[in-house]
Design a protein around this ligand. Structure first.
Ligand code: IVH
Length: 424
């Protein structure tokens, strides 16, 4: 082989290894400068030989041309959702049903964090990444291959000669990236994203992959989709194999043989999930053995061998500094509390919705009050209640403005509606 071609292949291999160490393991072994020099050398060779550029070259992660839209893609095997439970007793009921269905056989559970992002399906043929698809409605998703390629922790090739293997997992936006992105958006006078999940979704569905490339998305692998020639016997083995393939696997998973230990592990997260560098909305309990999973089977939408425990919404206490009103696109005036900044579910909250005038009256929320706010999943924080016992007499009762805060036109409240609207 031509020495230049050999050098190109060597550089790609080296750069892949270095970016795996840097992005996936978070353990860089060379300086940025050394990395940049190799990257530049590779770019120069590819510039001189455009026909040597392949889609799996590390230079192809920067994002290619704008697409006109996303094509539909039907999943090989549907991407299932999960049944939800909210209490320990419901977990015990799940366990009892599983044990009954397995005729009292011994079993193991693998418990994983439920990452609050977007499920995607990654298709590899002969080890080459060829397609990335959103979950969509579970049956048909959208082909977002060019955007997926920009995510550094997704390998563009894996050590597998399977003609077809689908790796499924969650694309998410780390909290620090989310906060930096929202700060940038506020500086640019753009609407900030409500939560990391919405930010990840918005970034993945960009028609311009160069924008996706700037968004610092990441991926945790946790499931296998359609495949051929793969013999894996359990979830635990799968997670180990995925790490061998150089995917990021969330390290917090644990294996248990009884449900009480599962429950104790889940609750061990109650007051530390807040300090994780990504958003989670619960934990997923999965029967470990694939043979037992197969015997338990699936319903149309959800597996009978797994369940999601949803964390209760996180709450925090803070003070209402003011109540301001904003005008929505449909002309509705929505009151919101301007808050003393408080840390909640991984982000700093300065505003929370008060929904409408009746809500404020019913809950007797006043300017100056100490209040409880909460964030439930994708919802922006809301003020749940005030704590009147903490009042000192300086609090002020709020009343809705009589004119629109934007254009000054009179506002009206129609019969049977809670909303005030601008008449303009
Ligand atoms: S397993 C058939 N594991 O939760 C099994 N899902 O409500 C399907 N999710 O669509 C999923 N973290 O987007 C699984 N460790 C995890 C997960 C996880 C997040 C999401 C996934 C799925 C949704 C179901």
């Amino acid at each position: 082989m031509d020495t230049e071609k050999a050098r190109l292949l060597e550089l790609r291999k080296k750069i892949d290894e270095l970016s795996y160490q840097y992005y996936t393991l978070d353990k860089p072994t060379v300086t940025d400068y050394e990395y940049d020099m190799m990257y530049r050398e590779l770019e120069n060779i590819e510039k001189a030989h455009p026909d040597w550029v392949t889609p799996d070259s590390p230079t192809q992660r920067v994002g290619s041309k704008i697409s006109g839209g996303f094509e539909k893609y039907t999943h090989d095997r549907p991407m299932l959702s999960l049944g939800d439970v909210f209490s320990d007793d419901e977990l015990r009921e799940f366990d009892q049903r599983v044990r009954d269905d397995l005729g009292g056989e011994d079993l193991e559970y693998v418990v994983e964090l439920k990452i609050d992002g977007l499920a995607v399906n990654l298709i590899y043929e002969q080890g080459q990444f060829i397609r990335g698809v959103t979950r969509g409605d579970g049956v048909v998703g959208e082909d977002i291959t060019n955007n997926v390629r920009t995510i550094r922790t997704i390998p563009l090739h894996i050590a597998s000669d399977s003609p077809h293997i689908e790796i499924r997992g969650e694309v998410y936006m780390p909290i620090t990236s989310f906060e930096a992105l929202n700060q940038q958006r506020r500086d640019d006078e753009l609407e900030p994203f409500a939560n990391p999940r919405n930010a990840a979704a918005g970034s993945l569905r960009q028609l311009d992959p160069r924008i996706t490339a700037q968004r610092k998305l990441a991926f945790f692998a946790y499931a296998l989709g359609g495949n051929s020639g793969i013999t894996i016997e359990s979830q635990e083995e799968l997670l180990q194999d995925l790490a061998q393939f150089h995917f990021q696997v969330n390290p917090e998973y644990r294996k248990f043989t009884n449900i009480e230990d599962v429950i104790a592990f889940i609750h061990s997260w109650d007051d530390r999930r807040d300090s994780l560098p990504y958003a989670t909305d619960g934990m997923v309990v999965k029967v470990n053995s694939f043979a037992q999973q197969a015997r338990l089977g699936n319903t149309v939408k959800i597996p009978r061998w797994a369940i999601a425990y949803k964390f209760p919404p996180e709450q925090a206490r803070t003070k209402v500094l003011d109540i301001s009103v904003s005008l929505g696109r449909t002309g509705v005036l929505t009151p919101a509390a301007d808050l003393e900044p408080v840390h909640l579910a991984g982000t700093t909250v300065k505003r929370a919705t008060l929904h409408n005038e009746d809500y404020i009256k019913e809950k007797d929320i006043r300017i100056g009050d100490t209040v409880v706010i909460q964030k439930a999943g994708e919802i922006i924080p809301e003020v749940v209640r005030s704590l009147p016992e903490l009042r000192d007499g300086s609090e002020k009762v709020f009343s809705m403005p009589t004119t629109c805060p934007v254009c000054g036109s009179p506002v009206v409240r129609r019969d049977g509606e809670a909303a005030w609207r601008c008449t303009n």
